[in-house]
Design a protein around this ligand. Structure first.
Ligand SMILES: CC(C)(COP(=O)(O)OP(=O)(O)OC[C@H]1O[C@@H](n2cnc3c(N)ncnc32)[C@H](O)[C@@H]1OP(=O)(O)O)[C@@H](O)C(=O)NCCC(=O)NCCS
Length: 314
């Protein structure tokens, strides 16, 4: 296994760069990011890798079992984190992927996020019948010292905001997020997932949740962020992430820009030097707002899901 692993990693070395968690942050060399974050994760997952052989060709499918999602959706849920194979095996990749289903528990749900640059794996997954669920853009900005915008009244959300923000999360659907776009999930379940996500974020899953705090405006919007401070020490660079947002179109129209702006100040005050976030390629209002505030496109990836025969989970 040792030599094969080396061959597989070497063959995929350049493309593995694009799996770096902070790939959008251009001043951080991708090869360094690969060494700091990608390779240690792959080494860890290799212990439980699914090994599939097609003739003399060996493939390692590295899966992460998601316990929270498994419990919430009541189905064994995995993320396919990566696939390792060498140059000679590449033509057989689609055949290997097709065998994955037969070695997983019945009803397993597997999704993956593949950078656009990994066209070999994208070709194999699509020819193995994995449907495209979402196309995801990552935006970023640095130079936070020069960030200069009008200030707006915001505050941290508290547990008292939970019922209202769950309502906003459910009402302000994004039909193209992974959960609404994957028709395996009913719309009601996708809504419920996002409502639970904002609840858990306020209870501590996020480091901060900001809401409007203006006298004439109800707090019918939110934006969550994670400081990611453990990675600041590990990687030596303070990077934070904005995560989930929704803005009521009836009472808070236009507040998205204000929340992003205030969160930029907040993360900068926490010590972040870089900030990144994801959206779908369809979310032009979001891209437009981020670009207005000096954020730039830093990478594109695709979410695909293993084909399943099951219809819709209620
Ligand atoms: C996306 C969302 C947060 C935007 O809320 P909002 O603050 O009311 O945003 P607006 O509708 O005012 O749009 C913001 C800006 O984008 C512009 N915009 C809207 N649609 C656009 C489009 N299709 N193309 C380009 N620009 C667009 C608006 O004109 C506005 O710019 P302006 O202020 O200069 O006129 C809100 O619609 C929402 O909660 N959607 C569902 C959840 C979601 O998608 N969250 C974000 C996930 S990353």
């Amino acid at each position: 296994m040792g030599q094969l692993l080396t061959d597989a990693s070497q063959y995929r070395e350049n493309v593995l760069n694009y799996y770096a968690p902070f790939r959008a942050i251009r001043p951080l060399p991708l090869a360094d990011q690969r060494k700091i974050w990608v390779e240690p994760e792959l080494n860890l997952l290799l212990n439980d890798a699914i090994e599939i052989e097609i003739g003399n060709n060996v493939f390692w499918l590295l899966l992460e079992h998601l316990t929270w999602d498994t419990a919430f959706f009541n189905m064994p849920t995995y993320k396919l984190v990566n696939i390792l194979f060498d140059a000679e095996s590449a033509p057989y990749l689609a055949d290997a992927v097709k065998q994955l289903q037969s070695v997983l528990p019945i009803g397993a749900y597997v999704f993956t996020e593949i950078p656009s640059e990994d066209i070999t794996v994208l070709n194999a997954l699509t020819s193995a019948g994995w449907p495209l669920i979402e196309t995801r853009l990552t935006y970023w900005r640095g130079d936070l010292a020069s960030f200069n915008q009008p200030r707006y009244a915001v505050r941290r959300a508290t547990v008292n905001d939970i019922p209202n923000l769950k309502r906003v999360a459910k009402e302000m659907k994004n039909p193209y997020d992974r959960f609404h776009a994957d028709k395996v999930f009913s719309e009601q379940l996708a809504d419920e997932f996002l409502a639970t996500y904002i609840e858990e974020s306020i209870k501590g899953f996020a480091d901060v949740v900001l809401v409007p705090d203006a006298a004439d405006t109800p707090s019918d919007s939110f934006l969550t962020a994670r400081y990611l401070k453990p990675s600041w020490q590990h990687g030596g660079v303070p990077i934070s992430k904005m995560v989930l947002s929704a803005v009521s179109a009836t009472t808070n129209k236009g507040w998205y820009q204000k929340l992003i702006s205030e969160m930029t100040y907040h993360l900068k005050d926490q010590g972040a030097e870089y900030i990144f976030m994801n959206t779908q390629s369809t979310n032009l209002a979001v891209c437009y707002t981020w670009e207005k505030l000096g954020y730039r496109l830093g990478g594109t990836s695709h979410i695909l899901r293993m084909p399943i025969t099951q219809i819709t989970i209620p």
